[in-house]
Design a protein around this ligand. Structure first.
Ligand code: KG4
Ligand code: ZN
Length: 318
């Protein structure tokens, strides 16, 4: 089974080639430099750049995988969720290629792709709890078997990655803010300031907008940007985000007794969150996190999800 996958849901133009249970190529062309000039992702620019970048990532993937375009047997692409124009470009490219090569096409869910990024180098154990943390989503998902996704809880407002990005913007640190705050946090003291733990209840839902407002107040009113100790602030903010996610994750583990936990989505690249999730491992609970290149948006995860859909015979391919 040779699968060509396309991911264009946000600001990464990515394609991957999967053959015989292996990712042979995963090419990611990041648009970050272009969007940084505007302080965040500009949807229309993202669409245009996907179209411009696609021929280059396609050629690079074919060369890396040593595969001819006519060897491709399936085209998979991210159907949703994401920026509507950016997704549309992926769909048009996928349909054009599938029609040219006369092969089947698989429209797939980006969030489930993030979860299956974990299956690239690991075998899933069920029940599996997926902690999905990205720029657009924050969810706890329980899987009792392959391709069976039960959303236990989700954010009621901002996603955790969005909160990182917005706080970084307030501090004029650059885009995307998550990795920048993560790096600075490593040099600070997490108890130096106080930030609230919103929605600290018995549900599996999250809330980050209150934290964002509290961070804004702390930055603007209480200290003023010049007086703020940046490493201490970043360390406090990071610890608060990790605490919010870990409290609900531990609650779900207690109540659903999964055999495996996985941390996925762009924020799974966060150093403190990775450490906290890995610390959950016991003899009865295995913890897995995808390799860093499979954490933020990439097409390898879409290819792996496509392979699972085909293995489970959910898509007949005709
Ligand atoms: O999954 P992803 O690449 O795109 C979406 O589907 O949203 O996630 C991007 C998000 C951004 O908000 C970015 O700031 C965040 O992941 N991120 C991080 C780190 N690396 C990426 N957040 C915290 N710490 C990091 N090291
Ligand atoms: Zn994503």
């Amino acid at each position: 089974m040779v699968i060509f996958a396309i991911e264009t849901s946000c600001d990464e133009t990515s394609v991957a080639i999967y053959k015989n249970r292996k990712i042979l190529a995963n090419v990611i062309s990041s648009q970050i430099n272009e969007h940084t000039k505007c302080g965040g992702v500009v949807p229309e620019l993202a669409s245009r750049l996907h179209l411009k970048n696609f021929p280059y990532v396609l050629l690079e993937a074919l060369q890396t995988a040593k595969i001819k375009i006519t060897d491709l047997q399936y085209i998979a692409y991210t159907e949703k969720p994401g920026l509507i124009g950016a997704l549309h470009i992926g769909k048009i490219i996928a349909e054009t290629l599938a029609s040219y090569l006369a092969i089947p096409i698989l429209p797939l869910n980006h969030l489930y792709g993030h979860i299956y990024a974990s299956a690239i180098d690991n075998n899933f154990l069920f029940p599996l709890l997926a902690v999905l943390v990205s720029g657009g989503h924050t969810q706890l998902i329980l899987m009792k078997k392959n391709l069976d996704f039960e959303i236990l809880g989700l954010t009621l407002d901002d996603a955790v990655g969005e909160c990182y990005d917005k706080v970084a913007r307030m501090l004029e640190l650059g885009y995307p803010g998550g990795p920048i705050i993560d790096k600075i946090a490593g040099t600070g003291t997490p108890t130096a300031y106080h930030l609230p733990l919103p929605l600290n209840d018995q549900s599996y839902n999250f809330s980050f907008s209150g934290l964002k407002s509290a961070a804004a107040n702390l930055i603007a009113k209480e200290h003023g940007k010049e007086n703020l100790n940046l490493p201490n602030f970043c360390a406090t903010f990071q610890k608060t985000c990790v605490d919010i996610i870990m409290r609900k994750t531990k609650l779900a583990i207690k109540n659903f007794q999964p055999k495996m936990v996985t941390l996925v989505g762009g924020v799974s690249a966060n150093s403190a969150l990775r450490t906290a999730i890995l610390d959950l491992a016991t003899s009865n609970l295995k913890v897995i996190i995808p390799k860093l290149e499979y954490c933020t948006d990439n097409a390898a995860m879409i290819a792996r999800l496509a392979a699972q859909e085909l293995m489970e015979n959910r898509i007949k391919g005709d």
